[in-house]
Structure formats: structure tokens, C-alpha cells
Design a protein around this ligand. Structure first.
Ligand SMILES: Cc1cc2nc3c(=O)[nH]c(=O)nc-3n(C[C@H](O)[C@H](O)[C@H](O)COP(=O)(O)OP(=O)(O)OC[C@H]3O[C@@H](n4cnc5c(N)ncnc54)[C@H](O)[C@@H]3O)c2cc1C
Length: 448
């Protein structure tokens, strides 16, 4: 499933599902989950270990928040459905809505892609701002209580662990407490421990695919003249898996991230960092770093060793009253910018599952989530396997697809329809198979 095949959110469709639900983890996946649960549950409690303020701050629990976060279409659309006016509210705080068709320089296979004829909206802001506006809207819901500075410790279950009935957590003052609920949702990100809990309680732990990319990000913020709106993306190439991205954001800034896979990491000292940008095949990012005033005093570095997918959908048995969502199920090489959109699609799928009742909610949700995770995994992991150092289970047909894609990108340098078809796949609007549509394939495969 991609955005084009997803059924839209419809609040009235959800029947009464219970009295109380708990969401653990107050980042994008947790906040969006809390929002969809209030359609079926009288009360929702969201537990988060960090302090939560109404400020766009980089929290300790989200160490990735200083780095470029591209918002793809599923997140932009679902956020606006769940929180009407979301985009305007983020824009009021200084975010920009670009037309990626004309205001993004996307450099791949040695050249910039042609500008598509159709508009491709792209909401640009820092990750802390994206999250702050969601958090503000969630905080405004009378049915949701956010309990920050609360550390989840364990699930509470019935004697034979067939159902999760609540959580144990360390509260605001450090003492351990329990909280009962009809449903608990794990949105604690990559550090989730649900797979271990399953193994400790007589269940099978989900089989996990891990694809090693040995990626690192290095990020700084520089000043931006307010009339300048361009974004830049330089994609890593075979033989030189390094790239960079610069996104205009609030506060008249550009957030600039340089990245390298398979050991070619961006350095942390400023001089070598700019040298790294000089070696990219696109000069615009190095120009920004040289010509603009730096807001950052240092380069923030973030390692990302591997994409991983815990296949909860492969399990036959799963406790009642428990769901896992967001990065806790799957997290992807961030250069494809998919994580917030996956969190949004997960929330949308949970909404549709609840529309048919809360029975067997975990397994029914995992089955539905697989339909978009499979597409997202194919785009990200498939792309990573163009580098021979990438290690892990390779999806069937990846090499043939990558050969076709390389030819398609060469065609997209000069052909606006092919460029648009490619962008719509990257933006998670359409499935990768849409690139084989005869209208596109003819342009890619036939001599011009
Ligand atoms: C470097 C980098 C760049 C990225 N760039 C992009 C991008 O361009 N576009 C995009 O869409 N996505 C991007 N992502 C992914 C995106 O950040 C995540 O997918 C998104 O935040 C959703 O994750 P999540 O809410 O599932 O988990 P997380 O964001 O990891 O949040 C987990 C939350 O759970 C809390 N928590 C954890 N344990 C406990 C506990 N025991 N008790 C209470 N609370 C707990 C944490 O404090 C945190 O708030 C990027 C990721 C990285 C690493």
C-alpha cells in the first residue's frame, strides 16, 4: 500500500472499543497513535520518559531530531487529516511549503533531474517543529493525558500472559506504579523491548531482517536569506556512497546534512566537513556551507548501522490488548526520509483496524501494516543494495529492478514525465511497480 491506495481517515467509522488505552513513547508514532485511539477509547494515557514542553526542542529521547527530516506525502496528508490545519499551523511557525517539482534540485547519476510539470508540495521544517505542533494538538485533546518523565518498565498481563492488561512504569517522582488499560501500544522506537517480552512469556519472538548500511549523518544549520527557498539533494552513487541534503526551515535557516554509507562517514571537524561537501558531485551544498553564516558551532554526528524489520505479521500467536507501531516494528535507512510517513500510515491502519472492532487487534494490525511496510522496505533496502557492501537479506528481484532504475534515472534527467513518476515513488505516493507502466517503460527502454 502507498498513499494512492490507502483508504482515508473517517472518524465516525470507529465503534466504542473500551475505556482506557495506554501509548508508550511520545514521539511521532506515539502521538499519532494517541490521536487515532480517542475515536474508540474514552481515555488515552501517553507515557513518555522525556520532559515534554510546548517548545520545538531536540529531546534526549529523539537523538535524531537535529538532523534533516524530510516529510513525505503520507505524513503530510495524514497529519492534515488527523489534525485539520496542521500544515498551516507549522507554516505559521516559519515552515515552508515548497513545490518540489521546481524548488528541489535532485542530483542523481551525475545530473539534476528534469522538473516535473505537476506541482509536488513538500512541507519543510525542523523535526522538533514537526513534532511540537503535533504534540500541541494532542495536548489540546481532553481525552488524552500526557504523562511525561515516566519510564515504561514492563507490561502487566494475566497469569498465562494471553492478554496485556496494563503497564508498570517509573513515575514522575521515581516510584514504580501500575496502570491498567484495555489496550497498550508500544511506540518506543528502535529500543522497543516487546520482542524480548514475548520470548520471556512463552511466545515466539518476531523474526527480524537486518540490512547493514554502516551510515553516518553529520548536520549543521546555516543562515538563509528569507527569500531563498531552494532545497538540494545529492544522492549517493555506486563507488562513492556519499551524499548531502539541504532543506530550508523555520528561523530563516537551512538544515544541512552530509552522509556517507559503508564507512565513508562525514567528519566531525568543520574544515574536513566542508572538504567532504566539496567532494560531492553537486556544488550547491558546499557553496551553502562556505557562503552562509553558520548557526551551529559544531557538526552533530549520528551513526545509523542498519535498517531493521521485526516481522510481527509472521507470528501466529500474539497477546490480546497489545500493539507495536512505528520504528519499534521497522526502521529504515533515513536518507529515504520515510520514518514519519510510516508512523502516519501505521496510525491510519490502526484506525481502519479499530473500525472493525478491537478483537485480535495486534495480529490484525500487523497484517495491515505489512502492506505499506513491504513497499517502504523495497524502496529503501532495494536502493541500498545497489552498493555491493550492503549486507543482509536481499528482496527478490532487487538487482534487475536496480538496473532498470539506473536507466530510468538517466531518462529522468531530460524527461519530465519519467522524473515525475520517479518522484511519486520516492514520495511514497505510488508503488515502485508504477515505474513499469507502459507509458514510462517505453520512454526508459526504447531508444529516444
Ligand atoms: C538520523 C535520522 C534521520 C531521519 N530522517 C528522517 C526523515 O528525513 N524523514 C522521516 O520521515 N523520518 C526520518 N527519520 C525517522 C524518524 O525520526 C522516525 O521514524 C520517527 O521519529 C518515528 O519514530 P517513532 O515515533 O516510532 O520512534 P522514536 O522517534 O524513536 O521515538 C520513541 C519515543 O519513545 C520514548 N521512549 C523510549 N523508551 C521509553 C520508555 N522505556 N518509557 C517511556 N518512553 C520511552 C522515547 O523517548 C521517544 O520519545 C530519521 C531517523 C534518523 C535516525
Amino acid at each position: 500500500m502507498t498513499l494512492s491506495s490507502a483508504s482515508a481517515y473517517e472518524a465516525a467509522a470507529v465503534p466504542d472499543s473500551g475505556d482506557h488505552a495506554i501509548v508508550v513513547g511520545g514521539s511521532m508514532a506515539g502521538l499519532l497513535t494517541a490521536r487515532v485511539l480517542i475515536d474508540g477509547y474514552d481515555r488515552v494515557t501517553l507515557l513518555e520518559r522525556d520532559p515534554m514542553t510546548d517548545e520545538p526542542v531536540a529531546r534526549r529521547g529523539i537523538p535524531q531530531s537535529q538532523h534533516v527530516h524530510v516529510m513525505l506525502e503520507p505524513a503530510r496528508i495524514v497529519l492534515n487529516d488527523l489534525f485539520p490545519g496542521y500544515q498551516d499551523e507549522v507554516r505559521d511557525e516559519g515552515a515552508l511549503v515548497l513545490d518540489a517539482a521546481t524548488e528541489l534540485d535532485y542530483f542523481d547519476n551525475g545530473k539534476r533531474l528534469a522538473d516535473p510539470a505537476s506541482e509536488l508540495p513538500m512541507l519543510c521544517a525542523s523535526r522538533p517543529l514537526f513534532e511540537q505542533v503535533v504534540r500541541r494538538r494532542v495536548t489540546d485533546s481532553p481525552e488524552i493525558r500526557i504523562r511525561d518523565e515516566c519510564q515504561f518498565v514492563d507490561y502487566r498481563s494475566d497469569d498465562d500472559a494471553t492478554a496485556v492488561e496494563g503497564v508498570r512504569f517509573r513515575g514522575e517522582t521515581g516510584e514504580e506504579r501500575t496502570l491498567s488499560a484495555d489496550l497498550v501500544v508500544d511506540a518506543t522506537g528502535r529500543t522497543s523491548r516487546t520482542h524480548k517480552w514475548l520470548a520471556d512469556n512463552g511466545y515466539t519472538s518476531p523474526p527480524t531482517d537486518r540490512v547493514d548500511v554502516d551510515l553516518a549523518y553529520g548536520t549543521v544549520t546555516v543562515d538563509r536569506p528569507s527569500e531563498e527557498r531552494r532545497a538540494y539533494f545529492c544522492v549517493p552513487q555506486v563507488g562513492e556512497p556519499k551524499g548531502g541534503v539541504a532543506i530550508p526551515a523555520e528561523g530563516d535557516s537551512w538544515i544541512v546534512t552530509l552522509f556517507g554509507m559503508h564507512g565513508g562517514h562525514p567528519p566531525g571537524d568543520i574544515e574536513s566537513y566542508i572538504d567532504f561537501a566539496d567532494r560531492l558531485p553537486m556544488s550547491s551544498i558546499a557553496d551553502l556551507l562556505r557562503q552562509q553564516e553558520w548557526v551551529s558551532e559544531e557538526v552533530s554526528v549520528y551513526p545509523f548501522p542498519a535498517s531493521q524489520w521485526r516481522h510481527y505479521e509472521a507470528l501466529d500467536r500474539f497477546p490480546d490488548g497489545l500493539v507495536v507501531t512505528g520504528d519499534a516494528i521497522a526502521s529504515f535507512n533515513p536518507i529515504y526520509g520515510q520514518g514519519m510517513s510510516v508512523a502516519a500510515l501505521d496510525a491510519l491502519q490502526l484506525h481502519h483496524v479499530l473500525s472493525n472492532g478491537a478483537h485480535d487487534i495486534g495480529l490484525r494490525f500487523f497484517d495491515r501494516a505489512e502492506t505499506h511496510l513491504e513497499v517502504v522496505w523495497q524502496v529503501a533496502v532495494g536502493g541500498d543494495f545497489q552498493f555491493e557492501e550492503t549486507d543482509g537479506p536481499k528482496p527478490f528481484g532487487t538487482d534487475i529492478f536496480n538496473r532498470y532504475l539506473s536507466r530510468l534515472i538517466d531518462t529522468a534527467h531530460d524527461n519530465e514525465q519519467v522524473a515525475e513518476a520517479f518522484y511519486r515513488v520516492l514520495r511514497l505516493e505510488e508503488r515502485p511497480t508504477s515505474l513499469f507502466h507502459p507509458r514510462i517503460a517505453a520512454r526508459v527502454l526504447l531508444p529516444s
